[in-house]
Design a protein around this ligand. Structure first.
Ligand code: ZN
Length: 68
């Protein structure tokens, strides 16, 4: 009977360790990168990387800023 309790206790411990590890996994890193905010090289307005215009390695908030 004592052995059975120890076995159940060990299984519960393993289950909780696994569950905790799983819940600590961070969300997709790619999504975080896409939603990062960067300042426009012309007017310093912050825009999302995925919506920014890029020229010569610099980010711009709009086509107007990029072409000036
Ligand atoms: Zn701008």
């Amino acid at each position: 009977m004592l052995k059975l309790l120890l076995l159940v206790g060990a299984l519960v411990a393993v289950y909780f360790i696994f569950f905790k590890k799983k819940s600590l996994t961070p969300p997709s890193a790619d999504k975080t990168q896409d939603e990062a905010m960067i300042p426009c090289a012309k007017c310093d307005t912050y825009v999302q990387v995925k919506e920014a215009f890029m020229r010569d390695g610099k980010y711009y908030c709009s086509r107007e800023c990029m072409e000036e």
